[in-house]
Design a binder for this molecule. Sequence first.
Ligand SMILES: Cc1cc2nc3c(=O)[nH]c(=O)nc-3n(C[C@H](O)[C@H](O)[C@H](O)COP(=O)(O)O)c2cc1C
Length: 174
Amino acid sequence: MTVLIAYGTVEGQTAKIARFINDVARESGYETKLINTGDQIRHVSLAGVGMVILLAPVHERRHPKLFEAFVETQRDALVSRKSLMLSVSLKAAFARGREDALDYLTEMLMRTHFEPDETALVAGAVRPENYGYFEEEIVQHVVLQDQKIDPREGTREFTDWDALREIVETFLNK
Ligand SMILES: Cc1cc2nc3c(=O)[nH]c(=O)nc-3n(C[C@H](O)[C@H](O)[C@H](O)COP(=O)(O)O)c2cc1C
């Protein structure tokens, strides 16, 4: 069976997570199809695809527009397959941020009218090498406002790879 892994990314952490999921799915014996919804995709065929894993990061409370457009245009094909939606954000890394992280996901699902079988919140990363002044200010003063983390100190990954593997394997092998 083929598993479609469709992701959006801005600074690269969700792309890294998608590649990790791709490896986990292949180790579990599945064929995979990995696509970046930010690429200019004219037509994606889901023929032969039995399960889908969707993942996208949050920037200023929203998932990428092209990712949402992909979900909307493919909704009928997606809902007829077993699906897992992962929302990647920094708020998901902290107990006090989980409520916000859940709100981003809930709002995205309401906008796209998509109801995945399973969802999970995944912690992303701080990647200052990819930020300009504006992004650095937003991450430090809006996203990480109550955390003692300075984006200027370099890349910091909050993604829990073992927990992610568990989520993906449980979904695939259920
Ligand atoms: C400009 C900017 C805005 C962000 N806004 C949010 C936000 O509103 N909430 C949040 O939890 N994380 C926010 N983040 C953190 C990203 O979700 C996190 O860095 C994630 O790993 C990005 O994934 P990507 O590298 O695949 O783009 C923001 C990051 C940037 C640079």
